[in-house]
Design a protein around this ligand. Structure first.
Ligand SMILES: [Zn+2]
Length: 253
């Protein structure tokens, strides 16, 4: 470990969590948000680790150089590691709605889950309350709440097809397509609607991802039609959903 665990000039260390619901457990892995950016997105992850304790240790290990603002355990315990106004290192390469440097634009929440497991009720309840508070503090609308796989399709798959987005949407904590609205027209238009909604398809490359459209389609399926995730081709229902999402009124950031 180096002698100065907080090397970024201007970076600030909280003395307490931003919410009383969280235990303040500071990580040295953070810096200042670039270009004066403030949070306009919230990125949801899973840890893919065996326990919350192991994840907490890793997210605070200066040699690993990753972090998140929050970690929520399966029992609903919540730790805050980076102050909300600072830049945590959770998103990496990717893009959403034409914007990169997602770390400077977002707050990252890690959920203790090995991947592919259901998310426990107390964990979801704690997430809902945390999201509502962050969205209020930073005026982040529902369309600003996304998954890691949305902004880095093909490179990341979390929070995965077991994550209950619809449950969050019922509380206004993320977007969801209307149940019946929208017309399936041309199947070939899926990528245009997906681009309008935010997926990084055109003019963007991610290392190791050959086909951004196919990768984005899988991320979309995991989030909005997990029951159809094994079907590889675009169906009318996919188009109806993405058209409906693309036509919703979104915030600009
Ligand atoms: Zn992630």
């Amino acid at each position: 470990m180096g002698s100065n665990p907080f090397p970024t000039r201007g970076a600030k260390l909280n003395s307490a969590a931003d919410t009383p619901a969280a235990i303040w457990h500071p990580s040295p892995n953070f810096g200042i948000r670039r270009d004066g950016l403030t949070p306009s997105l919230i990125v949801i992850h899973y840890t893919a680790m065996d326990s919350a304790a192991a994840a907490l240790q890793r997210l605070c290990d200066p040699s690993v150089e990753v972090s998140a603002h929050y970690l929520i355990g399966g029992d609903g315990a919540c730790w805050q590691m980076v102050a909300e106004d600072q830049r945590a290192w959770h998103a990496g390469a990717g893009q959403w709605r034409g914007q990169d440097d997602i770390n400077s634009r977002s707050i990252g929440i890690e959920l203790d889950n090995r991947g592919g497991h259901p998310f426990a009720e107390p964990q979801m309840a704690a997430l809902e309350s945390l999201l509502a508070g962050i969205m209020r503090r930073w005026s982040i609308p529902a369309d600003g709440v996304i998954g890691h796989s949305d902004m880095a399709p093909g490179r990341k798959i979390d929070p995965g097809h077991k994550f209950d987005w619809k449950r969050l949407a019922r509380l206004g904590l993320c977007v969801w397509p209307a149940e019946t609205a929208g017309q399936a027209t041309e199947l070939g238009w899926w990528h245009d609607y997906a681009d309008s909604f935010g997926y990084p398809i055109f003019g963007f490359e991610l290392d190791g991802v050959d086909d951004m459209e196919a990768a984005s389609f899988q991320a979309f399926r995991d989030r909005f039609r997990p029951q159809a995730r094994k079907i590889k081709h675009i169906e009318n229902e996919d188009l109806r959903i993405i058209e409906n999402l693309a036509n919703q009124e979104f915030s600009k950031f």
